[in-house]
Design a protein around this ligand. Structure first.
Ligand code: NAD
Length: 403
């Protein structure tokens, strides 16, 4: 009996397990995650804004695994020892494996910016996302008491996809926040501070301009060309010139949310893998270059795109595809067969801006407005089917398509 250990039940890990558990073979799977639920990380901004409750974007892992073939352990992974083929868990000791799938996901990247960890809110999992929503409501109540406008300012650091989707979700909820604060909707200020002067690098100029115009039209103050240098309590310090000696400016806000990018899990470094920012450059069959019984998937991996000679962007889409492919290669290995190379063509990229707006690419076609919003909900529903099957789709799917 071969022991397959899967570390992390995000898109890549859970997809590996769900693909493998359908297959016959002399193997047993052990799945480890610090949470007893899977969550749709692409929808965290909706929990942060309060547009959706936590349980709408998550479901219990036990509901979607076959317990005859899979043992689930809820624990923190501290370290993998690839030389000894073991993994160390915080509470459950050391596990031995014949094959391991390392899919431990992302954490927030602060780029060493002073005060970012201490003074900005992170949005990296269900609890931190929910914490943002609770924080916003508390700040609205504080405004009622103090009439200090800084409590009404919601400031997002970084206008990548995460920052933009969060800004859109906050716009949707502005009315509700205003009621708590006892002000009008337009008094809730949503600001996005971004270093780049041209955002949305994956889109051409026309599509990027559409995205910028859309979020500005919805009332978001998009401060482009503003490189954040420091986060003080209730204050973001930034520079509008790359000159290190240039004068710094600052903007006050009692809600500061950090979405300036992500890195892979720190476990990769702890384990001695050849990583950079928690990501390991993997072989085209998704294995570690040094250890042929170690698969590294999703946000902890860097897979080179032969067309651009740069790593593919880390997305839920590629992580899910990697999970399915790793399952196939594990079966090959167990049977003593050669592994297959992973090939990837993105199906597209769509950013939602609140519940009723979106824009992006599906294949090579540009989509905007209502059709884009419907396409985005289709993408979310497809992901739920992949991760949880029909049951989770029916319970958590997005069917509010007529708006
Ligand atoms: P990102 O790296 O894509 O964007 C971070 C943004 O923060 C960039 O625009 C960067 O210029 C800015 N930034 C960095 N340091 C800064 C500083 N000091 N001051 C001001 N601005 C600064 O990160 P992300 O948005 O978290 O996305 C991570 C990955 O997940 C990406 O590959 C993204 O495409 C993907 N993603 C996809 C979707 C989707 O498909 N709908 C949604 C969210 C994220």
């Amino acid at each position: 009996m071969q022991d397959i250990l899967v570390l992390g039940a995000g898109y890549a890990g859970l997809k590996t397990v769900r693909s493998l558990q359908k297959q016959a073979g002399d193997f047993h799977i052990t799945l480890v995650d610090r949470n007893n639920y899977h969550y749709e990380a692409t929808e965290l901004h909706e929990v942060a804004s309060g547009s959706q409750p936590k349980d709408k974007i998550s479901f219990p892992i036990k509901d979607v695994i076959d317990e005859k073939k899979v043992t689930f352990i809820q624990d923190d992974v501290l370290k993998v020892n690839p030389e000894a083929s073991t993994a160390e868990l915080k509470n459950s000791g050391t596990l031995h494996y014949d094959y391991v799938v390392v899919s431990l996901g992302f954490c927030s990247e602060t780029f060493g910016i002073s005060g970012a960890k201490e003074n900005a809110l992170q949005m990296v999992d269900i609890n931190t996302a929910d914490n943002i929503h609770q924080h916003i409501l508390r700040m609205m109540e504080k405004y009622r008491e103090t009439k200090d406008k800084n409590y009404l300012r919601l400031l997002i650091c970084g206008a990548g996809f995460t920052g933009i989707e969060l800004a859109g979700a906050l716009v949707d909820e502005r009315k509700r926040y205003a009621q708590v604060a006892g002000v009008t909707e337009d008094q809730i200020e949503i600001v996005c501070v971004e270093a780049a002067t041209r955002i949305l690098p994956m889109f051409d100029d026309e599509m990027a301009k559409y995205g910028v115009d859309l979020i500005e039209k919805l009332g978001v103050n998009l401060m482009l060309g503003s490189m954040i240098k420091e986060i003080k309590p209730g204050e973001v310090v930034y520079a509008t010139s790359p000159d290190e000696n240039a004068e710094r400016q600052s903007i006050a806000a009692e809600t500061i949310i950090w979405t300036t990018g992500v890195s892979g899990s720190p476990v990769m470094g702890e384990s001695g893998f050849a990583e950079r920012r928690g990501r390991v450059i993997i072989n085209s069959d998704l294995r570690d270059p040094k250890y042929d019984n170690v698969y590294i998937l999703g946000d902890v991996s860097a897979l080179m795109d032969p067309e651009t000679d740069r790593p593919f962007p880390t997305t839920a889409q590629i992580a899910t595809r990697m999970g399915a492919h790793a399952a196939k290669n594990l079966l090959h290995q167990i049977k003593g067969e050669a592994t297959e190379d992973f090939t990837y063509k993105s199906l597209g990229t769509v950013a939602s801006v609140g519940n009723t707006h979106a824009f992006g690419l599906v294949g090579k076609s540009k989509i905007k407005g209502y059709p884009a919003s419907v396409a985005k909900k289709g993408i979310m529903n497809k992901s739920l089917v992949e991760m949880g099957g029909l049951k989770e789709l029916l319970a958590k799917g997005r069917f509010d398509l007529y708006h």
